[in-house]
Design a protein around this ligand. Structure first.
Ligand SMILES: Cc1cc2nc3c(=O)[nH]c(=O)nc-3n(C[C@H](O)[C@H](O)[C@H](O)COP(=O)(O)OP(=O)(O)OC[C@H]3O[C@@H](n4cnc5c(N)ncnc54)[C@H](O)[C@@H]3O)c2cc1C
Length: 328
């Protein structure tokens, strides 16, 4: 084992996935990060520019593996290239995004390295006995604290829980590119087709206004849209029921089977706070919940609890905002 923490960058369509910087933020939170080197690895057919971008923006050293036979993500090749490299480096931690891509190759990589695999991490806790990683279990009802003990632990990190902290004034890290001329052995990617989905920037928005079944009627989505339009860089999202009812597209569903969001502000309108929904939005910086039931579970995660009928409260809120704005 070397004193190294390794981060595996995620990218698609010649863009670094922002989750890569969240992985770096996570790696820096690990107690060993103060004295150990953090290295970023990136794999793909054309990764030179992306490797430099990450080195510039993070200040960390980046090693790129140029794999000509891999124009798009290929789990088998990821495991082959990463295992060949990491078996020599033997880092204590390998940090991977808990995305469909990361979840695809992380467990197999742990087997290749005879390491542990701890998935869906949402927090780093330090106790006297050492570092503990927190991850939700039983659909988010309970948080498990897990201490990694293996010589190498593969960690998958839930997007939205660690804020990237890139500083513009730092020195760039170094970039090393290695060419790895291998072909897929058992299968070959024929390309990735994006499903056309109306996500309307739900994951990128600073403010998410979410509608639950409590809006009562599809027409009341107008209220939600109006509320969202008050804020710059906002998006309208919904609970699963609202999407099942066809009031919103599934791309806007927040929750365990939908998107995980971490906006600056999340306004939950007529949402009960089922754990499957809360799992997708509890990473928001500030949560306002509007619900007419004072015992609604959503209030347990809310910073501001509005116990009101939303069809009364939201129009008054919008009207008050307009009046205040006009009087300025
Ligand atoms: C395997 C599985 C996966 C799931 N995945 C997801 C997921 O990803 N995302 C998700 O959201 N759900 C998911 N669910 C469904 C989840 O369990 C809940 O059923 C769902 O989140 C409830 O949606 P809701 O809060 O909109 O509706 P309800 O639970 O019906 O809540 C409506 C709320 O609105 C309030 N209300 C009613 N009228 C008003 C009013 N006029 N003004 C103010 N408040 C009012 C009520 O008090 C109530 O609290 C999943 C379930 C399963 C089993």
């Amino acid at each position: 084992m070397t004193n190294k923490i390794v981060v595996i960058a995620e990218h698609a369509d010649s863009q670094v996935n922002p989750v890569t910087y969240e992985l770096i933020a996570f790696a820096k939170k690990l107690p060993q990060a103060a004295s150990w080197a953090i290295q970023v690895l990136i794999l793909g057919a054309e990764i030179q520019n992306l490797a430099h971008k990450i080195a510039d923006e993070s200040g960390l050293d980046v090693m790129g593996f140029e794999v000509p036979g891999m124009p798009v993500y290929n789990g088998e090749l990821y495991n082959k290239v990463l295992a060949d490299h990491l078996v020599e480096v033997r880092p204590l931690y390998v940090c991977i995004a808990h995305t469909s891509q990361g979840s695809d190759f992380a467990p197999a990589l742990a087997i290749e390295l005879n390491g542990a695999c701890i998935s869906g991490i949402e927090d780093v806790l330090s106790f006297e006995e050492g570092v503990c990683l927190a991850r939700p279990v039983y659909g988010g009802k309970v948080t498990a604290h897990i201490r990694p003990l293996a010589a190498t632990s593969i960690l998958t990190i839930q997007p939205g829980f660690f804020k990237s902290d890139n500083q513009s004034d730092q020195e760039s890290g170094s970039v090393t590119i290695r060419k790895v001329p291998i072909e897929p052995r058992r299968w070959r990617s024929m390309g990735i087709k994006q499903i056309a989905m109306d996500t309307a920037g739900v994951k990128e928005a600073d403010v998410v206004v979410a509608a639950g079944q409590g809006i009562g009627d599809r027409d009341n989505l107008d209220l939600i849209n109006q509320l969202a339009s008050i804020f710059a860089k906002s998006a309208v999202a919904g609970s699963r029921i609202v999407c099942d009812l066809g009031w919103l597209a599934y791309g806007r569903q927040v929750g365990v089977t939908g998107a995980t969001v971490s906006p600056q502000l999340y306004i939950a309108c007529g949402i009960s706070g089922a754990i499957q929904h809360v799992t997708g939005m509890r990473g928001a910086e500030f949560i306002v919940a509007i619900n007419k039931d004072p015992a609604a579970a959503i209030f347990q995660v809310a910073d501001i609890c509005v116990v009101e009928d939303l069809t009364t409260f939201i129009p008054i809120l919008i009207e008050t905002y307009q009046k205040t704005k006009d009087s300025r």
